[in-house]
Design a protein around this ligand. Structure first.
Ligand SMILES: C[C@H]1O[C@@H](n2cnc3c(N)ncnc32)[C@H](O)[C@@H]1O
Ligand SMILES: [Zn+2]
Length: 434
């Protein structure tokens, strides 16, 4: 097969680590970044992208999504988690099928590509249908099946089997862009037996674990009443925690729990918009960062956010920490860029492959247009312009695994109008079924 070669000319590079000063040319060969230099001859590539007036950065990494829930955008607003989930979301989810999850995932994929995310970590249902959407979109993903047993032994076996089948059928598919994790939903929906079995299987297979932990005060109260321990203490006591565990939310943490997270090198996926919208609380992110804990970013589903714009999420994360601590120096724009890129890659165990602009890494790259009203004048501090001034609509070009998924704001792999139409039809049908 002939090489796929793309040359990006004149790009200002924003890297979370090892910053590269000045305008550079970058050559992509097949799925990898092959060369970064002051000038690379045009005859080295089949395709040239002029990045004048554009900032190049690693594709963003969204570490906590429920992509198919993009169908439920605006379905149940202004509620706390308990009422939102029990009385609104779970009844609708009872009517889902593989097709709805596929269309919802495609709709989410359009939004991710358009706003600069190239990798996402998803926990949901009908995940083989989500994998199909990932394959077609060209995105990179970590997929987990949301296991819920509520202590029922039959259900537990079926849930574990479902996640194992996802692993067997989808891990390392889509040219290696899909990895599979275990997705025990939370300590209040997954039994101790299920969590212990997940730990055993994770050790056996080497795959990671994606779970919601310590999202609301109610969860702390319920878990404490049942187990006599706070959620992270409980999960530690049953041996679940380790460097391969990504915990979404992690809002309500005692000092002891922060110590446990640090000792066990657990990764945190911070979801500020969802936490604000459901009035769950404010995660102590600046304290976690002070403790050198790996904090990545996630949007949660579009039904509790209500969009998948990771640049907006990073700005929210930064501003929320400043106002929560009354210290404007916490969660700087540089730290936010790291949260959205390399920390996400580390959380998912993909930091050898993605998360920075570096020769030898996968060509997962985005270009952000600075020639627009909210980006002029160009700040001498690129991260400030990206985090505080930009939003997802400033993303001009998205490349994943060396494949262009969007160029000059035009999608190449997905037909967005057709997807919007099918998504509208799907949610209309679903609402009738409720
Ligand atoms: C995988 C399961 O997780 C649910 N889900 C979606 N968002 C949240 C959240 N913020 N907290 C807990 N569960 C959530 C989905 O609705 C699905 O039932
Ligand atoms: Zn969630």
């Amino acid at each position: 097969m002939a090489d796929n070669t793309i040359l990006i000319k004149n790009a200002l590079i924003l890297n979370p680590e090892n910053n590269i000063e000045g305008k550079k040319d970058l050559l992509i060969k097949n799925d990898l970044i092959d060369e970064i230099a002051d000038e690379i001859p045009e005859d080295k590539a089949d395709k040239i992208i002029d990045a004048t007036d554009k900032i190049l950065l690693p594709g963003l990494v969204n570490t906590h999504t429920h992509l198919s829930m993009t169908l439920f955008r605006g379905l149940a607003d202004d509620l706390a988690l308990d009422e939102w989930l029990n009385e609104n979301i779970w009844p609708v989810e009872a009517n889902l099928n593989g097709y709805y999850c596929y269309i919802g995932a495609l709709l989410g994929a359009v939004e991710l590509i358009k706003s600069g995310t190239t990798t996402f970590s998803d926990m949901y249902f009908y995940m083989e249908d989500v994998a199909k959407a990932v394959d077609e979109s060209g995105l990179r993903a970590v997929l987990s099946y949301g296991m819920i047993d509520f202590g029922d032994e039959e259900k537990r076996k079926a849930e574990i089997e479902e996640n194992m089948n996802l692993f067997k059928n989808c891990n390392d598919t889509a040219d290696g862009r899909i990895k599979v994790f275990f997705g025990p939903h939370s300590p209040y929906t997954a039994s101790e037996e299920l969590l212990k079995e997940v730990r055993r299987l994770a050790d056996e297979t080497g795959i990671g674990i994606h779970i919601h932990v310590s999202e609301t005060q109610k969860e702390i109260d319920d878990v404490s009443a049942e187990k006599g321990l706070r959620p992270f203490e409980y999960l530690d006591s049953i041996g679940l925690l380790g460097p391969d565990v990504v915990c979404a939310h992690s809002v309500w943490l005692s000092d002891r729990e922060i110590e446990i997270i640090k000792e066990k090198d657990v990764k945190i996926s911070h979801n500020p918009c969802s936490n604000m919208k459901l009035a769950s609380g404010i995660a102590p992110v600046s304290k976690l960062l002070e403790n050198d804990i790996c904090v990545a970013i996630g949007t949660d589903g579009a039904s509790s956010n209500n969009n998948l714009d990771l640049i907006e999420e990073l700005k929210t994360a930064s501003l929320l920490q400043k106002v929560a601590t009354l210290d404007p120096k916490v969660l700087t724009s540089d730290e936010a860029v790291a949260m959205g890129t390399i920390n996400g890659a580390r959380a998912l165990g993909l930091d050898d492959e993605i998360g920075t602009v570096e020769v030898g890494k996968k060509a997962d790259l985005i270009l952000i247009d600075t020639n627009c009203a909210n980006m002029v004048p160009d700040s001498s501090n690129l991260s400030s312009n990206i985090i505080y001034a930009a939003n997802g609509s400033n993303v001009d070009t998205t490349i994943c695994n060396g494949q262009i998924l969007m160029e000059n704001k035009e999608l190449t792999t997905l037909d967005e109008q057709e997807i919007y139409q099918k998504a509208r039809e799907a949610i209309d049908q679903l609402k009738k079924a409720i």
